[in-house]
Every structure is written in C-alpha cells, then in structure tokens.
Design a protein around this ligand. Sequence first.
Ligand code: CMP
Length: 139
Amino acid sequence: AANRTFSIIKPDATRRNITGAVTKMLEEAGLRVIASKRIQMTREQAEGFYAVHKERPFFGELVSFMISGPVVVQVLEGENAMQRNRDIMGATNPANADAGTIRKELAESIEANTVHGSDSDENAEIEIAYFFKPEEIVG
Ligand code: CMP
C-alpha cells in the first residue's frame, strides 16, 4: 500500500476553529502532514473534486457546503496511509462512527463531517495532484 494519502479538513471544522484538534488526532494516529494549505474552494473546483458524486441526490448540497468557508487540504504520510487515515476518520455518518474517531468525537452531521479522506491509493494520487504541485509536498 502507498504511504501517502489526501485529506480535507472541511468548513465545519475551520468555522469551529478545530483544525488543530483534527490535525492532532491525525498525528497521534501515526500520520505526518507533509503538505498543507488553507484555501477557499471555488464552486468549479469543488464540483470537479466531487465529480464522481455528481449523480447523487446530495451533490448540490455537498458542493455548497464545501464552499461555505475555508478548508485545509493536506497530504498525509505514514505506513498504509490511506487505510490508517480512514480508520482514524471513522464512518462517513458520525452517528455510525466508532468512539475515538475524528467524526465520532468532532463531526456535526453526515454532511458537516469534519474531514474527507481518499478511499483508495489510486484516488489519493489523483486528489493530491488536484490540489498540490510536487514541490509543495515536502516529505
Ligand atoms: P466525503 O468523504 O467528503 O465524500 C463525499 C461526501 O458526501 C461525504 O464525505 C459526505 O460528507 C457527503 N455525503 C455522503 N452521503 C451524504 C448524504 N446522504 N447527505 C449529505 N451528504 C452526504
């Protein structure tokens, strides 16, 4: 498995000023932040990022939420990074997430669920390249 994955700290977290708390949980799970930037996504950028979900009924709301405030995009490094990140994030719906996960401890709802994480090594590569130039990643 690859040792890099991609993460977004979502607008519900920047709004509540808990990006540090989220990052602390990632670090304590054995992940290292090797690239990070706070951005305001444009609608076009969010639609492109979530293009795989464009036929879903929640697509419009998802895009509106993701551009409702700043996000922090990150590249995370660690052994088995994609799975490690998914484990510490917890289930998409915080109601179903295990205790000790970011979404159980911090998320507000299935939409305002605090973090995004790549769901495969292949998507991690695509998502990293969507937001970062190679020279912005310092491992
Ligand atoms: P994420 O990992 O960012 O990828 C797609 C997002 O869609 C997901 O996290 C959720 O925040 C969101 N999502 C998934 N299912 C629903 C739903 N039923 N209603 C609203 N948002 C959803």
